[in-house]
Design a protein around this ligand. Sequence first.
Ligand SMILES: [Zn+2]
Length: 322
Amino acid sequence: MSTSVEPAAPALRIARWKDDAKAAVSLYYDDGTDSAFEIVVPSLLRRRIPGTFYLCCGWFEGDGAPKLERWGALARRHPEIVLGEHTWGHGGGTSAGGLADAIARNGAILRDMSGLPPRALLSFGRPGGCPWTLSPEEEAAVLAAHGEVLRHGFGPENTGGPEGLHKDVGMHAFEDARAILDRAEASGGWEALLFHGVGGDWIAFPAADHEKLLAEIDRRRADGRLWPGAAIAVHKYETERDAARLRPLPAPDGALAAAELAFGTDAARYDEPLTVVAAAPADRDSVAVEIADAPARRVAAPDGRAVFDVAPAAGSVGIVLR
Ligand SMILES: [Zn+2]
């Protein structure tokens, strides 16, 4: 009797999300509110969870300049605090030229304040409550020309605020937000949660519930269920992942496996490391990973699985597991 050979699980694969998490979540904070600065920022930093703060630099002119600069100081010092594009003055959506004007100067200031190179990609959060007649195609063309990326979409149920903000939907409390995390995990997808004020200012979400949400995200990240990533980081990861190809190669003598990871994106702009997952023999608690010409590094392999990052490079890089 012949035995059919089961197709083996691929020895290496690109993880759907960073660290092989089941799902991704991004936290958006619009308008650079004082309550976001005073309540959200310390909490994100304590838990090392990233957030994207969408700023209109024109709102901080003159006497407000120190309040803008304090955001820049945070962004330069802490990778968790990421600044996003919200247009110069919360508008610009009625003509392509108007949008270009509204983001060119704002984007240059945001990159400069954040210590980013002039070509760095920025996440764009379209301002609400102002006229927006540009078509999605017109908007996309202006954003692309300015190195900006429309942020991942979200519905009213993903929008934090007081009861009554969106009739019966909307995040009014921790339980509403937790349901969105559950939905992300169930779909293996990416959810974005939007806040303005937290515990104060406008469209305020309760501070205690926000704190519970961050604790929940922290727990789910520790369990390997959730990747909380900044908006632009998750965009980069997704774009790189979908354009990359991982091709198995014959393993050199004594090696466990080998592969070539070919990147399909511009490594200068799409610089988020990709997570690769490798099957490891059950009797090994770690494997040595060689990437390109870098010295081998030891990666823990609990449960027959080694998870490691590969930095994007021009062309492709070789990976050998020993
Ligand atoms: Zn806004």
